[in-house]
Design a protein. Sequence first.
Length: 253
Amino acid sequence: MSGRLKNKVAIVTGGASGLGRQSAIRMVEEGALVCVTDINKEHGEGTAAMLGERGFFMAHDVSDEAAWKHVIDTVLRRFGKLNVLVNCAGVGLENDSIADCDDQVWNAVMDVNLHGTFLGCRLAVEPIRRAGGGSIINLSSVLGLRGGSDTLAYCASKGAVRLLTKSVAVHCATKKTNVRCNSIHPGYMLTNMVRDYAEYFSQDEALALTALHPIGRMGDSDDIAHMVVYLASDESTFVTGAEMVVDGGYTAG
Ligand SMILES: NC(=O)c1ccc[n+]([C@@H]2O[C@H](COP(=O)([O-])OP(=O)(O)OC[C@H]3O[C@@H](n4cnc5c(N)ncnc54)[C@H](O)[C@@H]3O)[C@@H](O)[C@H]2O)c1
């Protein structure tokens, strides 16, 4: 541990698996105190066990405003402040093209990816400001930068997260709150989300996901966790409203 996040208190949503879990692990290694939240209690408790005494888990549906208030109140009571929010909870669903996306799929994706991120930003800005400032980190996607044939609602939600992030950043900077807000845009990372996606599509299509990345591999959870640590730390105090693309060159060509 080199202490890059010493004295920082963080909430990481979607921390039961994948990018959220690995981000929480790296943040604790760098000295942060972390509240991990998720709708998946069993795996969320599993993450908390990996974090040891510097972390704990709360069941939390990010689309539920009352649940958000409960999480933030609990963190403030337990740790006395909040410095960092990582909005990592997200879903991608089947039947998500313009030909087959119905209201149910659209609303389910928007509720978690966009509304959940909006609620987190809205409710975290003030406590982070009171703590003297800090960082909100929103997980968007390369699919928030370009469209996808079978990822209509997902792309719409992640594209909206990109501009939600910039709007939060500009407001907070202008109002001198010392609250920064940035989005991360991963390429395809080897987590549960992509494994599910790969099951839905054929093996050849799954292999084709790898070929999308000029660097020659899909991403690893640590590729994102390291970016989260940077954005959470004071090394990035001049970085706000930025879209941090971590995609092995996927969108560069
Ligand atoms: N894996 C990738 O390739 C990839 C690429 C680009 C962006 N992302 C984004 O990164 C984030 C993390 O993805 P991941 O790959 O770790 O996926 P994951 O499926 O491993 O983790 C997502 C977590 O979100 C939780 N979640 C779902 N709905 C929730 C809700 N309503 N409230 C609280 N938690 C909820 C799930 O239980 C799960 O633990 C997501 O926002 C995703 O869209 C992932």
